[in-house]
Design a protein around this ligand. Structure first.
Ligand code: FMN
Length: 153
């Protein structure tokens, strides 16, 4: 895998986090880096080792929890050392719940714990991203890719 390739792994039940992932990927490509996107159900934790940039996305569920389909992946991440990787997390959420976007914080904590360099604060968007919010996602992707490209140059 080339040094400036990013992997986005996401979980999305009703499509909102998937829309964020697509917009982030657009931003990464616009900045000149390569990106692959995988649904959590098709992803394997060891794949994270093959990419220099790692973005994890999840909606928040059940009083501030990760989605059920993310749990195995999350637990298996403990076998990894992500030192030297650039990483960040994102996800759709809903401010009407007490623990807004807590899944994003959980993923950021895990990435940090495993030694990854955190590129950006976690990106949380309420429900489906509107046009401005998609632009925010795209910007998030561009910033992430610019940091990755700067590191690899
Ligand atoms: C049962 C249930 C529990 C939820 N719990 C939370 C929560 O604790 N915090 C939060 O920010 N959003 C919560 N949400 C909102 C979802 O994260 C939100 O609908 C999100 O847009 C779903 O993203 P998706 O389309 O990618 O699946 C909950 C939604 C449902 C249906």
């Amino acid at each position: 895998m080339s040094e400036n390739t990013c992997l986005i792994v996401y979980a999305s039940m009703s499509g909102n986090t998937a829309e964020m992932a697509e917009a982030i990927a657009e931003g990464i490509k616009a900045a000149g880096a390569a990106v692959e996107i995988k649904d959590i159900l098709l992803a394997n934790t060891v794949e994270l080792e093959d990419y220099q940039g790692i973005l994890l996305g999840a909606y928040t569920w059940d009083q501030g929890s990760l989605p059920d389909e993310f749990i195995d992946f999350y637990e298996e991440m403990d076998t990894l050392d992500l030192t030297g990787k650039l990483a960040a997390a994102f996800g759709s959420c809903d401010s009407s719940y007490e623990h807004r976007g807590a899944a994003v914080d959980i993923l950021m904590g895990k990435l940090q714990q495993l030694g990854a360099q955190i590129a950006l604060d976690g990106l949380k968007i309420d429900l489906a991203p509107n046009v401005e919010e998609k632009e925010l996602c795209s910007q998030f992707g561009r910033q992430f890719a610019n940091m990755l490209l700067a590191e690899c140059s």
